[in-house]
Write a protein that binds this ligand. Sequence first.
Ligand SMILES: [Zn+2]
Length: 300
Amino acid sequence: MGVLIPVGDRVWVVPGSVNIGVLANADGQFILVDTGLNDTSAKKALKAVREELDGEVVAILTTHAHADHFGGNATVVKRTGAAVYAPAFDEAVLRYPLLQPILLYGGADPIDTMRGGFMLADASPVDVVVAPGAMDVAGVAVAAVPLLGHSPGQLGYMVGDVFFCADVVLPERVLEKYRIPYLFSLTDHLKALQVARSTPHRVAVPGHGAVLEGNALASLVDLNLDLAHRVVDEVLDLATTPQSATAILEGLLQRFGAPVTDAPSFYLLQPTAFAFLSHLHREGLVNHEVSDGRSLWTRV
Ligand SMILES: [Zn+2]
């Protein structure tokens, strides 16, 4: 039995811990939307295209530069010569994947335990830097939809009535597991959730979890938005008196019961706490001062 799930006109999904999209052009050539974590996910997608659709991959559309979404690019490119399309800014991380743990680790040479698995993918070439809007990808009409926030440049892709919405929403199971999901920018993420809600589609394919039909994406937007608001409330409560970002992060981890037990899980949430503080500062809801060598945040 095959692994491909048809979701639209010449559009399929290879379901997995990261969903991989498959698009066909009129000449029987194929485009992957993301490639999964590593060579295993890449080989699975290539096998599905070759054996179930009798074709070859000619392009990869990357949604964002997280290792679990582009880690298979190198294998696909090596085996097919596919052209890689990636969003602006994130494309730099595809070419220099060490930037991801560097960014999470506050800009410094990352501790060795952050140099594996979900933190550091194989480098991918980038052939085309994608901006939001309509484009032609190997003969397939695609509209790139800005969904910034989960990463600096994350893009969703509309293909016909199928919306590849990347990680703008995370399924309930993932939210329950991690308690507080990683964010680069809360300001951008809140905008992206509204864009996701208002983008007409028949089927939405998120990066993780089941294919979404009807108003299932809107329901997940509500769930993810509600969580962001609960984190905002707790950050404001924790900052009633002047606090360091570290103290606020510790308070959040305790209050939400986040399963943080190692460097990767800790250093995913440290910038997330800063993303909330930047947003609340921008909104005039917290003050920032440096006093006696301490960086302090206080609710207004
Ligand atoms: Zn991601």
